[in-house]
Write a protein that binds this ligand. Structure first.
Ligand code: 475
Length: 871
């Protein structure tokens, strides 16, 4: 590797080579020097926040050493590099994860050799916990100081975070590229039952996990025009784009440590900065203030994450974000490639770029522009390289989420890119015409340019398919659906082999070891795996099956669950202003029923809350017709119904669902007659760190989307990994979860995706009668039982079912849903042994859903990339 340091000086560098801390004593020394030197504090003013920062700085020092070595190793070995482009990385907190993943130099090989290194397992967490205690701090309190890095909305962003963890763990030379938003997803407050959004200024205190690369600044152009003044030129020939506005992209790096490996990969996030250039015409005309202000606006590009999940708004600033990020990342990737001096034709052998949804589709166009306009490659040679380099993952079939940009807007912001898109489309349509002559309808259906509406739109998903060599869905059902619905014409054109499935996964390091230390410990003891190797090879978990019916083991298993339920009860109490919601005395006999995810009509939180209302009405009716509370308790045993999740700020119906949940909670939780048998609670500001408390505490979780709408879901996997059972529809990854853990261990209900069209048609033209129990629920809601001050408050929700075609088929699945909930109660309360058996068997067979498996599939079937292992 190149270096500027002359040979004779290198000995000196090596003599003073930095060292990782390996023992608690070395850590303590580091910690204190960071308190003094980095934070300029001392023994006399080191609070928990300072302790968090000093700990993180110390841990980071270790990671940076391995990070540098990893980068050198990957450069020297020269294997294929993978770049994961995602507008969202929902990382959550970094410190606890780093403590689990980080390797001290002695911890792996010399476990037990010195008592300063930890004695059990080979993560550094226990060692640091003890050291923190010796220094006067409690690790748990220190970890709590860290704000979530919430640079994502939901599933798509969290998937990217799990992927970078698994990429590092699998020793893949892989970087993530994203944006460093100043404001992540908004913080949710619940005020009088309504969602209120407040800004998430997560960089308020300095972020110890990012390394500012002030030396890496990429100029990015917008607007302007294509200069064709030097004679007639084809748009296929090298062209001059004269940009009209310029900003700088500055790199910020986050080290991503792998588990049980010294590989530390990089997540590079771009920040928009003004250039030092400045508008002299404005300055000369005395308009200095305006010329500075215009520069300041550069920062707005990376100011805020768009808060929509499964929805595209088509705002110009969003397109600007996308190009800014794609152009900066591509520039960086190409620069690194060019250092090797390899011919362009080898670009796809050196580099694989994965597009996380269509958000980075402009990267395809940008690479074509770089190759044709800047590197002067022939159009077709360039395009061949582009296709071999890119692959695209689709995450949703919902129309409102598919990106389309008005031709006018795109051409204004990126005039040269629009030309390239037209040319790509022209060649593509020519090939289609060759293969399917005279099929004008087909041509117009598959054209990148949608010409139907009054203003023409660029269909980004089609561009992504055409510019990629592989397209994948995220669960089997979803991957089948994209082939038969939104992309069916492309299957005809390219053949089915271009389309593939990679079922999603989650990292067991965060979602088992970190979130559920008690369960992790029980597992490692039971399967005799003191070094937690099962976290890398989840097939080891099948060993647990042996104990599924063992009474002694079942008790330990149940004790862990009760501990986690208490932990959640504590969180809820804190969030509820110190007032308990859950009766701790009966917690063992209280079923925790949880639905936490983005609020969306397709995810059907409304079905869940209507089910809760049904239950409540049934209980009340039993009492009114003379039943005793014991009889009620027998039929409807103790249950806490827990909701959580954010609604997009502009999504009226989703916000109304939140309000309904809170209004129902208000009534049910204060009804003395039902004596705490039923509680409802909406957890405000659901995020990754709260999920780490919530997920391990579920007895039952709900994954009840209308069949065919949830591409995969990943929280379903998290709950199963933590021994929770699932009530769910035959949708997304629920299908494969059922296959893996066995259909006896999951509560499935509802209509199948193949019947959805027919059911919707039926609603549209025949207006079927509502099932009786649902009618009663809707009537009660409309009576103002939960909105005495405004009887009409929830009418849009009931109307959408009664009069607007019930698009999400709540009425079609309602009876099957409540019948299945009855079954849940029965097993949980009347046959706890059976329940625990199901729970144990679920965890025993959840291994498939590790994101390590998922990344291996991408590497093998899409990227053709190999790990670069440390010696
Ligand atoms: C699916 N987000 C989950 C998860 O694959 C799946 C789309 C457009 C604009 C903004 N955000 C989006 C998504 O489409 C998204 O998050 N999709 C989710 O991806 C990971 O598990 O079923 O809904």
């Amino acid at each position: 590797i190149e270096t500027k340091i002359p040979v004779q000086s290198r000995e000196l560098w090596n003599k003073h080579k930095v060292q990782k801390f390996n023992t608690s004593e070395e850590f303590e020394e580091k910690f204190i020097s960071h308190v003094e030197w980095t934070l300029a504090r001392s023994l006399y003013n080191c609070d928990d926040l300072a302790a968090y920062q000093a700990t993180s700085q110390s841990v980071r020092d270790n990671l940076v050493i391995d990070w540098n070595k990893t980068q050198q190793r990957q450069t020297v070995r020269g294997g294929k590099r993978v770049y994961y482009l995602s507008l969202e990385f929902l990382m959550g907190r970094a410190l606890d994860n780093a403590l689990i993943n980080m390797r001290t130099d002695t911890s792996a090989q010399d476990v037990g050799k010195t008592d300063q290194v930890l004695t059990k397992g080979n993560t550094s967490r226990e060692m640091i916990r003890q050291a923190m205690k010796d220094l006067g701090f409690k690790l748990e309190d220190i970890l709590e100081q860290e704000p979530d890095a919430a640079l994502g909305n939901g599933g798509l962003g969290r998937l990217a975070a799990c992927f970078v963890d698994s990429l590092a763990t699998g020793n893949f030379p892989a970087w993530g590229y994203g944006l460093r938003y100043q404001y992540g997803i908004f913080a949710q407050k619940i005020i009088n039952g309504y969602q209120v959004e407040t800004p998430d200024y997560w960089l308020n205190f300095s972020n110890p996990w990012e390394i500012e690369r002030a030396e890496i600044q990429v100029p990015i152009n917008f607007y302007g025009y294509v200069d064709r003044t030097n004679g007639e030129q084809s748009t296929l020939a090298p062209s001059d784009w004269i940009g009209g506005e310029r900003v700088l992209a500055m790199a910020h790096d986050m080290p991503i440590p792998g588990f049980k490996t010294s590989t530390v990969n990089n997540l590079r996030l771009w920040n928009a900065k003004p250039t030092t250039e400045f508008d002299f015409s404005k300055f000369n005309s005395g308009d200095y203030k305006n010329s500075v202000e215009q520069q300041q606006r550069a920062e707005s590009i990376t100011a805020v994450l768009y808060p929509n999940d499964n929805f595209e708004q088509g705002k110009e600033l969003r397109l600007k974000q996308q190009y800014f990020w794609c152009a900066a990342s591509l520039h960086d990737i190409v620069r690194r490639f060019k250092k090797n001096g390899r011919p362009w034709s080898e670009f796809p052998d050196a580099i694989a770029i994965q597009l996380n949804d269509t958000h980075p589709t402009l990267a395809i166009v940008e690479l074509q522009r770089i190759l044709v306009d800047l590197e002067k490659l022939d159009w077709h040679l360039a395009w061949d390289i582009v296709i071999k380099t890119f692959a695209y993952t689709n995450h949703t079939v919902m129309q409102e989420a598919l990106e389309k940009w008005p031709v006018g807007l795109l051409g204004h912001l990126l005039p040269r890119h629009l030309e390239i898109i037209f040319d790509i489309n022209w060649f593509f349509l020519q090939n289609v015409e060759k293969k399917f002559p005279h099929d004008m309808e087909l041509l117009s259906r598959v054209s990148i340019i949608e010409d139907a509406s009054s203003d023409r739109q660029v269909r980004m998903a089609f561009l992504a398919i055409i510019g990629s060599h592989k397209v994948n869905g995220v669960a089997e059902l979803h991957s089948d659906l994209i082939k038969t619905t939104i992309f069916q014409d492309f299957v005809k054109i390219y053949g089915a082999n271009k389309f593939t499935n990679v079922t999603n996964g989650i990292t067991p390091r965060r979602w088992l070891k970190q979130a559920n230390p008690k369960l992790a410990q029980l597992i490692s003891e039971t399967i005799n795996d003191p070094n937690d190797d099962y976290l890398l090879d989840m097939s080891k978990l099948t060993e647990l099956s042996k104990y599924a019916e063992d009474a002694g083991f079942q008790k330990k298993w149940n004790d862990v669950k009760q501990f986690n339920k208490l932990r959640l009860a504590d969180l809820i109490k804190r969030l509820n202003g110190g007032v308990d919601v859950i009766d701790r005395e009966h917690i063992r006999n209280t079923l925790f029923d949880i639905q936490v995810k983005r609020i969306h009509e397709y995810k059907r939180q409304q079905l869940n809350i209507f089910g809760v209302i049904h239950r409540y009405l049934e209980m009340k009716e039993m009492l009114q017709s003379g039943g005793s509370i014991e009889e009620v308790a027998n039929r409807y045993p103790r249950k806490v119904s827990i909701f959580g999740g954010k609604s997009a700020p502009g999504y009226y119906m989703a916000k109304l669902i939140i309000k309904l949940v809170n209004s129902v909670a208000e009534v049910v939780n204060n009804d003395a007659e039902i004596q705490d048998l039923l509680k409802v609670y909406f957890i405000p500001d659901y995020n990754v760190s709260k999920a780490e408390i919530i997920t391990p505490a579920s007895d039952l979780s709900e994954h009840i989307s209308t069949a065919g709408t949830e591409a995969s879901g990943t929280s379903n996997m998290k709950f199963v990994m933590n021994g929770g059972l699932i009530i769910g529809t035959v949708d997304g990854a629920n299908v494969e979860i059922t296959r893996e853990i066995g259909e006896d261990n999951i509560f499935l209900f509802g209509n199948l995706s193949e019947n959805v069209d027919e059911l919707r048609y039926n609603h549209q033209f025949h207006n079927p009668e509502l099932p009786k129990p649902l009618k009663r629920v809707l009537d009660t809601v409309e009576s103002g039982a939960f909105s005495p001050q405004n009887h009409h408050e929830f009418k849009p929700l009931t109307d959408s079912i009664k009069y607007h075609g019930d698009y999400y088929l709540v009425s079609d699945d309602f009876e099957s849903y409540i019948a299945t909930q009855d079954l849940v109660d029965e097993v949980y309360h009347k046959n706890k042994k059976e329940w625990l058996k199901k729970s144990i068997l679920s965890v025993a067979n959840v291994g498939f859903f590790s994101s390590d498996r998922c990344i291996e599939e991408y590497a093998e079937t899409i990227w053709n990339a190999e790990p670069v292992k440390p010696e």
